[in-house]
Write a protein of this length. Sequence first.
Lengths: 172, 162
Amino acid sequence: MNRVITLIVLALLTGCAATNTLPERALPDGQDYLKPIHVMVDDPLNAAQIRNQLRETGVFRSVETGEGKAGDYSVLIRFNSQRDLPPFPVILLSTATLFLLPLSQSIDTTTEFSLQQNGKLLKQYSYRNVTHKYTWLLDGSGGMQQENVNRITRAFAQDVQRDGLLPVAHTQ
Amino acid sequence: MAAVLLLGGCGTALKPLDYKAQRAYVPMSVTMPPPESRFDQQKQREVIQLLRDTGAFSFLDGGFSKTGYSLLVDQSGGKGAGVLPAVLGALTLLTVPVPYTYERQLHGSVFKDGQLLKTYAYKRGGWTATTWYIPMIEPRSESEMLGDLMRDLDRDRLIPYQ
């Protein structure tokens, strides 16, 4: 009996966690900020979220909107995100059972970052992250999209920090 | 005919624009007022997809930019069926035509480096009725106005091409 309860508890605690294909990147504390970047995202509805998540990495001194002036560093982002839901009858069935029937959901995002200065391409970074989760009544899909994009922006921030193409912003 | 009306009569999706761009503008951003509902959110998604499908935008960013070109698209204002025709329509299961007047508006503003260059205003209105067998006219009006905006932007050449 105890074993069954333990298994159920384990399944509830761990079985519903989202899985990601892109590993989590650790960003070390105590590093100097990199120079400000001007970020343009080719997706009007997700642009603000991506810029905010780049700010949250704490790697760049600032993340600005739009094209920069001459000499500024800019990042052009091509973003494509597809959400995959189960067939409609399965969703209806889950709804009919008041969401006790778990639904398999996934978000597949491919992103291309082009780091540029004065219109010259310095380096291109590409990432893909597939986030998958079983959602049900007590554990919905909220935060999935954020987690999906967060892994990508952190991976980009770490790679830019490692490559050293973007100079450190010295405090005045 | 009945099947077409059944399937298409109540469609609220916007129709494709009758405008195709010959050349694409330089990378720019588009911004819309914050959506008030899920319905608004879905509609904004449709509008952006329609604008993209014209081929006029090489790179379409979101938000308002202090540098470069921005286009503000505002579809607020106007009026729809109102409470009485909507309730009567619902009570009769949209079988009895309840006439009402509607009005749709579109404002498009072009900004360069945060400064307003020009605002375009469009308005469509008329009579229609709340039934499932009369195709909804409002989405067509909205698509027409977006097409007009794209044509006027093309004619005025305020935004440079790539």
